[in-house]
Structures are given as structure tokens and as C-alpha cells.
Write a new protein. Structure first.
Length: 76
């Protein structure tokens, strides 16, 4: 579902607070304790290709763009 669908659903459920609470309870995102969905890139929000070293919290694509600014050099 897209964000607009959720907003439409909330406007429809505003008249029914009990059903709205139940909808939010069962459709809330799951709390993660491990796995790829635990960490996101702080720049773009991607979950895959995450670089956690030096507490960068960037995906590999964003790291490649920002590396020269951060002081990393490409060897070879």
C-alpha cells in the first residue's frame, strides 16, 4: 500500500475509533531485532548493501558518492 492509501483508510476509519485502533495494531511495521531490515541507509533509506564500518550507516551507492568528501581514496 502506498502512503496515500493509508491516509484514505485513516479518514474512513476516523468515524470508527475502535476499528481504527485495531487496524493500526495489526498493520504496524514489525519491530526488528536482526536481519537486513534492521539497518537503513541514513541518506536514501535503502536496506541492502549497508556499510556499518566506522558507524557510517550508508549503503554502498551513497558511500561511493560521499567517499571523497569523507576523505576516503580509491586505490587501483
Amino acid at each position: 500500500m502506498t502512503t496515500s492509501d493509508h491516509k484514505k483508510m485513516f479518514t474512513q476509519l476516523d468515524a470508527k475509533p475502535i476499528k481504527k485502533a485495531k487496524f493500526i495494531k495489526h498493520n504496524a511495521p514489525k519491530e526488528r531485532s536482526c536481519g537486513t531490515a534492521l539497518r537503513k541507509c541514513k541518506n536514501c533509506g535503502r536496506m541492502r548493501g549497508h556499510i556499518n564500518m566506522y558507524h557510517l550507516h550508508l549503503c554502498r551507492q551513497c558511500f561511493r558518492e560521499m567517499a571523497p568528501k569523507l576523505g576516503f581514496k580509491k586505490f587501483s
